[in-house]
Design a protein around this ligand. Structure first.
Ligand code: NAP
Length: 483
């Protein structure tokens, strides 16, 4: 199968924070891969911007190093890197002062798509939005890309939305959640709405429960200070897991159009039940042989921030009332694995008598080995009567789609190209983000008010024992966290 590269219009992409970690590891290597794929047209440029004293030649060296380190294996024709680097410029600029803005205004063209990537700390978002406008760097067609975290609670998210709305229309604001750029996440929509098979069964009449797992093997590493102010709920659930939940639970939009999709996601968030405290398990990992425990890693022996969370969530609407969604995410777990599992109900009646304890399970693997597995019940081969056995109909995208399936365009490069194309489908709208915070705030405030201390769990385990109990109480079990 041959990858189709859909051309985009010429653009100037300004990366504020162009020398930062995210730019180095994700944005610049991702852009290079798009260049290799032939998707950066003549006249497309990337302008790094940060306070550091650097000229464009030095920035090209910086970009070349970033690509050497994080560019991945994908092959590019010889000489391509030089062509890519020619597209790079750099401006020394201060988001909080006047330095560099006139230079940027001279550099950025007004007759191409202008996109401004805010790859800086959130405290600079409002300054950037203000200065971009004050220096005449925008028009109705300009876009801004805003990184996470988008607020740390409802009031801060509302304030940020308000600040950005003073200078940009909602149609110009691209709030990035890289989970939405993952191939398999988009496949959720394709599987649900591109097949006759699943949608009729996709409701509480046929679905027993749904599990969403995002498990990481790494600890907080060097991000301890940031992470400890955030925790798994703010860092993962409020955005990534919430987005997955929305895509799994939403009603079919009337068409694959940005606002139609986001309207449906918003309705899911608004229909989420308040979560009971005993339906949540929070955890902190202990030290392993190689890594310090959570509290040591963040440098606070009394930290009450969770590095793990599991919760039972209900959705009060016609489709899902009575079907629980179990979410869990954590660090330092046994395996790196992100998966959504739809567990269907048992048969109403089995003609096979006692062998009726079989149910269909649909698993959608986001990483690693992206793909879909459908557990079906068949006859166990051989003579001796009718015995049933569950087998997987297993489809890895790499196997099914060959190079295209394996060649998973990184989420960032896909999303950046969507920005240039002006397609907001895979970006969070302001009201969605606020609704998500409105749901998470009372939960977090509850823990803080009660002074709750997270349970501990062993590094390399599947999380706290209490998380097992959360499902056991409902006579259910978690899927094994396995790569
Ligand atoms: P970082 O490594 O600390 O880089 C920050 C960048 O912003 C640097 O280029 C810095 O360069 C520039 N900067 C700082 N103050 C500035 C100012 N006043 N004016 C202009 N430029 C300024 O941060 P990061 O890890 O790249 O993260 C950037 C954003 O992405 C943050 O919002 C973060 O939450 C988000 N994010 C990061 C990751 C990740 O993996 N790193 C993942 C998800 C989201 P100078 O100091 O030279 O100005």
């Amino acid at each position: 199968m041959v990858s189709r590269v859909i051309p985009v219009d010429p653009f100037d992409l300004v990366i504020f924070g162009g020398t930062g970690d995210l730019a180095r590891r994700k944005i610049l290597p991702g852009l290079f891969r798009r260049f290799c794929a032939g998707q950066m047209p003549k006249g497309a440029r990337v302008i790094g911007a940060a306070r550091g004293d650097m000229d464009s030649a030095a920035y090209r060296d910086f970009v070349a190093d970033a690509i050497a380190e994080f560019g991945g294996e994908r092959s590019c024709e010889e000489g391509t890197l030089a062509g890519f680097l020619e597209r790079m410029e750099f401006v020394t600029i201060d988001a909080r002062g006047d330095k560099g803005w006139d230079e940027l205004a001279k550099l950025v063209r007004s007759d191409v798509v202008r996109a401004y990537y805010f790859s800086v700390g959130p405290s600079l978002f409002a300054d950037l939005a203000h200065r971009l406008n004050a220096h005449g760097l925008t028009d109705a067609d300009s876009r801004i890309v805003v990184e996470k975290p988008f607020g740390r609670d409802l009031p801060s998210a509302q304030a940020l939305n308000k600040d950005l709305a003073m200078h940009f229309d909602e149609s110009q604001i691209y709030r990035i959640d890289h989970y939405l750029g993952k191939e398999t996440v988009q496949n959720l929509m394709a599987v649900r709405f591109g097949n006759m098979l699943f949608e009729p069964l996709w409701n509480s009449q046929y679905v027993d429960h749904i599990q969403i797992t995002v498990a990481e093997t790494v600890g907080v590493g060097g991000r301890g200070e940031y992470y400890d102010k955030s925790g798994a709920m703010r860092d993962m659930v409020q955005n990534h897991l919430m987005q997955l939940l929305c895509l799994i639970a939403m009603e079919p939009p009337s068409k694959f159009d940005p606002d139609a999709v986001r309207d449906e996601k918003l309705k899911v968030i608004r229909a989420l039940d308040e979560v009971q405290p005993h339906h949540i398990v929070r955890g902190q990992y202990e030290a392993s042989d190689d890594e310090p425990g959570y509290r040591e890693a963040v440098g606070d022996p009394r930290s009450r921030t969770e590095s793990y969370i599991a919760m039972k969530v209900g959705i009060s609407n016609w489709r899902w009332a009575g079907t629980p969604f179990y979410l869990r995410t954590g660090k330092m777990l046994k395996a790196r694995s992100s998966e959504i599992t739809v567990v269907f109900k048992e048969l109403n009646h089995s003609i096979f008598g006692e062998q009726s304890d079989h149910r269909n399970v649909l698993s959608i693997r986001l990483q690693p080995n992206e793909g879909i597995t459908l557990g079906v019940t068949i006859k166990e081969p051989g003579p001796g009567g009718m015995r049933l056995v569950d087998v997987p109909l297993d489809m890895s995208f790499a196997d099914a789609l060959g190079e295209d399936g394996a060649d998973q365009t990184d989420a960032y490069e896909r999303l950046i190209m969507d920005v240039i194309r002006g397609n907001q489908t895979l970006f969070m709208r302001g009201d969605e983000v606020e609704a998500a915070w409105a749901w998470t705030d009372p939960i977090i405030n509850g823990w803080e008010g009660r002074g709750e201390v997270p349970k501990t769990y062993d590094a390399g385990s599947e999380g706290p024992v209490d998380a097992v109990q959360l499902l056991a109480r409902d006579t259910r079990v978690w899927r094994k966290v396995a790569p």
